[in-house]
Design a protein around this ligand. Structure first.
Ligand code: GRF
Length: 197
């Protein structure tokens, strides 16, 4: 079985879209694949309840618990890797996982690690993408699914979706429009990877 481990920090709507698509398209039969775990760095991440309701294993590795270590980021990533590797993942899917990962973590999952970012990369890597797109006067915005490499939000692009930026858009209205597209392209990109890897 090809195990998929999804990392979240919050609402988990992209994770939920992947889980729903996996069920609707019967990925177990079609690709011999399953979402085997959802892991969060925040205990109050709303998406954890959805995962539990769908019979998926969940775990929380709180990054704050590592703050007093000499190398907090490395220590957190090591604990996270240990938890992820219990599931021998075929794919590790970052879905609103709000942590910068260490080079060691990225190297460990090379070829198996993907992310979704709410902009048309390479435009607007990093945070506050929707505010920045509006501020720059962009007529279009969107989302990008990409492989994760050591440089933040810079890996090879697997899929993109484009939406218009409307005259009265706020960051919130634009984010909502982009998010509906994220829910379509992320499950599709994962399914494509399951057919080709
Ligand atoms: C999405 O816009 C994603 O692109 C970004 O954070 C948001 C997460 O939303 N990285 P959700 O947790 O999947 O609902």
């Amino acid at each position: 079985m090809k195990n998929i481990v999804i990392l979240i920090s919050g609402g988990g709507s992209n994770m939920a879209a992947i889980v729903r698509t996996a069920q609707a398209q019967n990925w177990a039969k079609q690709f011999n694949a399953q979402v085997s775990a959802v892991i969060s760095n925040k205990a109050d991440a709303k998406g954890l309840a959805f995962a539990k309701e769908h019979g998926i294993a969940t775990a929380v590795i709180d990054h704050k618990a590592f703050a007093d270590q000499p190398q907090p980021r490395e220590a957190f990533d090591a604990a996270l890797m240990k938890e992820i590797d219990k599931h021998a993942p075929h794919l590790v899917v970052l879905a609103g996982f709000m942590r910068i990962l260490t080079p060691g973590f990225v190297a460990h999952y090379e070829g198996r690690l993907i992310n979704i970012h709410p902009s048309l990369l390479p435009a607007f890597p990093g945070l506050h993408t929707h505010e920045r797109a509006i501020e720059a006067g962009c007529k279009f915005a969107g989302a990008t699914v990409h492989r994760v490499t050591a440089e933040l939000d810079h890996g090879p692009i697997l899929a993109q979706a484009v939406v218009p930026v409307l005259p009265n858009d706020t960051a919130d209205t634009l984010a909502a429009r982009v998010l509906t597209q994220e829910h379509l392209i992320y499950p599709k990109a994962v399914a494509e990877l399951l057919t080709t890897t």
